[in-house]
Design a protein around this ligand. Structure first.
Ligand SMILES: C[S@@+](CC[C@H](N)C(=O)[O-])C[C@H]1O[C@@H](n2cnc3c(N)ncnc32)[C@H](O)[C@@H]1O
Length: 840
């Protein structure tokens, strides 16, 4: 399971991901570069991003984000490039091999020297991440790309990442899922999930300890508002090859609960009446200043308004998360921002709104090797050039933007003050309501921040965690862990706001289509420059939804970038050699799809064509012990033209059934594991079963099939991967060739027989069989996996076999050479290997 996907988008994603890029400055704008930068680049038309911003310095000095003594070190680290980090996918078949390769080979061969000539660890496991599964390299991505001696390592990272065996991910971004304490039976909601690095981790946790051929009883719903990022999320998680995932496309603050009426007749069939989760990850959109080392353009764009503008949305998302959390469940709230208004203020506001129904957990004993700071108990708000210590200081005209919840006490000024008539500046207001005469407070009224006495929260905010760059040479992150103790009190549960809050929104609203004006609250009258805010999305309901290309509910058919379609997914490998592709099958434009109420989204349909299902069962000899019927899904209304059949776990099946009963409230972008694909080639259509097993589905179904399966000796298995197509008579083991010729024409599976005994035709002794999907044609057996999968598998098999032989392991360069040699094969579309005509 896992780690066998193949994704071109993934490659593109990494090319596009934010790095320490250099950018040509505008000709009239040299103000961003530091004097040092200018000196170093005097002859160059290229200048680095500025890595300073006085507003940033002032803001965080006042917030006392670190002590004054640490400030220089903090800033120094913020300006350094971020070390590259990556995780090994623990559900990949080869994760132990990969870890050994890093520990025994790369760790030793990649010795690095720092500027003083002292040997430093070039790569090392992150000490706080369990089981040496996360690594950090002291090389930046640029160094990795440019330095020849690092090329081999770079190639390794690229290939394994593409296959799905490793995932590049910023070290601190790996932290929030670790505090969720996810177990295999949990139902988990990842509210703001794209591009999906944390979703991937959550899935790994669900799959931990799962035996090959079985599925965990839990599941993950990964949601994101942005359609394009949702597609990225789908491609990222496809590498995991999981049947326990649903990807949805909603505003997290309005994520549907699929609540069934009490008197609903069918609810007893499925055993759940509404969506409730054991774990919720709330990794909200934020200003992103914790990623400054990776995205230095934020230096230039940063301003205090970025965080203020996001606070309300963050509270709403977190409140929806709590509403969807089971009593006893855990929720992690996290941001990659350092700003207390996006962090502690949100946590405090959520605690207040929940009125004792949740607690902030003290997790100081968990992950003890992770260096982190306690959350702040006091902070100030900066708005329009003014420092504000409490809500009473907020000028009237800013009160729709700066809310009481942004301050440590969370109180309206009426409650706080004996100094009701005073502003923070110490001036008495003439109208007695905290404003100056005309309701406007001029910049001149501003007092230095250190003259203001900040409020101190009485909530245990020290239990929050802030990771800062100079503690362990990382990015920055904020994490808070909640546990739900009881159902939410009525106002919070029904979405009614507490009386002391001026907000207009309904934080626990469960109707997905209800038109919400809440985003306006953040933008009305706020001329804060949000252009630099990362990951901020516009509400579906606002006219600005056009920024995303089109209103989500009215996606025209050909707006490909905004469409969510699995059915339109690119064709995967066709059998090579003696089977030809049928050009007529290349899809033209498809008509607009509907998924219940959702337009422009492929439908989700339980596949119940008994004739086809029966043929599949018979052809592959699928054992009765494998839960099959009722677990198959298609994304096409036209049952005669179903291209792909997806397999869903019991848990996902339950959620889909609930969703149908509840009127398809979920807008499902992707669901299940692609198990079968229609063979569109001429020869394919004449085979007894036109559905072949997809490489993603193979690991799950392999232990459950009894027919169309062959066991190849190591040499024949390697030859298949090398040459892609071999005539029956040309196999080294003639018995294998004969057995192959006796299979029914169509899809078959070739399993590596590691016992070196040709007659051993059983999976029983092999806990992690290595297998490849093939096609039994008229004269040949042809492999049906992408070229890159062939390459990777060949390298792994070579290493494995030589290790098992107890002979010298082929070195990585040899394996790489072998891969390069194979790479010279002719490639068809989509990187599919086209086999050479004959075997030399
Ligand atoms: C910080 S990123 C999430 C990163 C992700 N958890 C990961 O680890 O890969 C925030 C995400 O929230 C999404 N987003 C923004 N507003 C949203 C909303 N109202 N509801 C759901 N998602 C939203 C953005 O599209 C973005 O992908």
């Amino acid at each position: 399971m896992g780690g066998r996907g193949r994704s071109r988008t993934q490659r593109k994603h990494f090319r596009q991901s934010r790095e320490n890029v250099w950018k040509r400055p505008k000709s009239d704008d040299s103000t961003n570069a530091t004097p040092d930068d200018a000196n170093n680049n005097s002859n160059s038309t290229w200048e680095p991003f500025a890595t300073q911003n006085p507003a940033f310095d002032e803001y965080y000095k006042v917030q006392e984000i670190v002590s004054p003594e640490e400030w220089d070190s903090f800033i120094e680290y913020l300006r350094k490039p971020l070390p590259a980090a990556f995780r090994i996918n623990s559900s990949s078949q080869f994760y132990v091999d990969i870890r050994l390769q890093l520990e025994n080979d790369f760790m030793k061969s990649l010795q690095a020297e720092d500027a003083d000539g002292i040997e430093v660890d070039a790569i090392k496991p992150l000490p706080w991440y369990p089981e040496n599964l996360a690594w950090q390299s002291n090389f930046s991505r640029n160094q990795l790309r440019k330095n020849q001696t690092l090329e081999r390592f770079h190639e390794f990272l690229k290939l394994e990442n593409e296959i799905g065996n490793i995932t590049r991910q910023e070290a601190v971004s790996m932290v929030p899922p670790l505090f969720l304490d996810v177990r295999p039976e949990h139902f988990v909601l990842d509210m703001c999930a794209a591009p999906g690095s944390k979703t991937f981790q959550l899935l790994e946790m669900i799959y931990k300890l799962t035996e090959p051929g079985t599925l965990p009883s839990g599941m993950v719903i990964a949601n994101d508002l942005d359609v394009q990022r949702c597609n990225l999320l789908i491609h990222q998680t496809k590498r995991m090859c999981t049947a326990n995932l649903i990807v949805t496309n909603h505003e997290a603050q309005h994520f549907p609960s699929c609540h069934l009426h009490r008197n609903h007749s069918s609810d007893s069939q499925i055993g759940i009446r509404q969506l409730q989760f054991d774990r919720v990850l709330c990794d909200v959109p934020c200003s992103g200043d914790g990623t400054l080392r990776k995205a230095p353009d934020i230096w230039r764009k940063w301003n205090a308004g970025m965080g203020n503008g996001l606070h309300g949305l963050q509270v709403q998302i977190a409140m929806r998360g709590v509403a969807l959390l089971k009593v006893g469940g855990r929720m992690v709230y996290s941001t990659c921002s350092m700003n207390p208004v996006e962090n502690e203020a949100v946590v405090a506001e959520v605690l207040r709104r929940c009125g004792g129904a949740i607690e902030l957990l003290d997790v100081s004993t968990e992950l003890p090797q992770l260096a982190r700071r306690p959350g702040l108990k006091k902070w100030k708000v900066r708005d329009k050039g003014l420092w504000l210590a409490s809500y009473k200081d907020v000028p009237k005209y800013r009160r729709s933007v700066v809310t009481p919840g942004m301050f440590p006490s969370g109180k309206l000024h009426e409650e706080t003050s004996e100094h009701n008539n005073e502003t923070a500046t110490g001036q008495t207001c003439e109208n007695g309501d905290g404003d100056s005469k005309n309701g406007l407070q001029s910049m001149d009224d501003s007092v230095p921040a250190n003259h203001l006495v900040a409020e101190v929260s009485d909530l245990p905010l020290e239990r929050c965690m802030r990771i800062v760059p100079h503690d362990q040479n990382s990015g920055s992150f904020f994490i808070a862990v909640f546990r739900k103790l009881s159902p939410l009190p009525a106002p919070a549960a029904t979405g009614k706001k507490p009386t002391n809050l001026p907000e207009k929104t309904d934080p626990s609203e469960s109707q997905p289509q209800k038109q919400m004006n809440d985003m306006e609250e953040e933008s009305n009258g706020d001329d804060t420059d949000l252009s630099g805010v990362r990951d901020v999305q516009i509400s579906e309901a606002t006219p600005d939804a056009n920024i995303l290309g089109t209103e989500m509910n009215e996606a025209p058919v050909d707006t490909v970038k905004n469409k969510i379609s699995e059915e339109n997914e690119k064709e995967k490998p066709e059998p090579s050699s003696d089977v030809k592709t049928d050009a007529k099958t290349i899809a033209g434009k498809r008509k607009l799809q509907m998924q219940g109420r959702w337009r422009g989204v492929d439908p989700v349909i339980f596949y119940k064509d008994d004739a086809v299902v029966g043929r599949i069962l018979e052809f592959y000899g699928i054992k009765e012990s494998f839960p099959f019927k009722g677990h198959l899904i298609t994304r096409n209304n036209d049952m005669n033209h179903v291209k792909r059949i997806y397999y869903v776990s019991d848990s996902v099946k339950k959620v889909l059934e609930l969703n149908f009963l509840a009127g398809q409230q979920l807008k499902i972008a992707s669901v299940g594991l692609k198990m079968f694909e229609r063979q569109t080639s001429k020869e394919g259509t004449s085979a007894p079963c036109i559905f072949r097993i997809s490489s993603e589905g193979l690991p799950l179904i392999l232990p459950h099939i009894a027919k169309q399966i062959l066991y190849a000796s190591a040499v024949d298995f390697k030859h298949l991967l090398q040459y892609k197509s071999i005539k029956f008579a040309d196999f080294v083991d003639p018995e294998f060739g004969e057995k192959a010729s006796k299979l029914l024409p169509g899809c078959c599976v070739v399993v590596l027989n590691r016992e070196a005994q040709p007659s051993s035709d059983s999976l029983q002794d092999d806990a992690t069989p290595i297998a490849v999907g093939c096609w039994r044609g008229r004269t040949n057996i042809s492999v049906m996996v992408t070229a890159i999968d062939c390459q990777e598998l060949l390298g792994r098999v070579s290493m494995l076999l030589s290790a098992e032989d107890n002979t010298s392991k082929p070195s990585i360069p040899e394996a790489a050479e072998e891969r390069k040699a194979n790479d010279s094969d002719v490639k068809g579309d989509n990187g599919i290997s086209m086999a050479p005509a004959t075997l030399d």
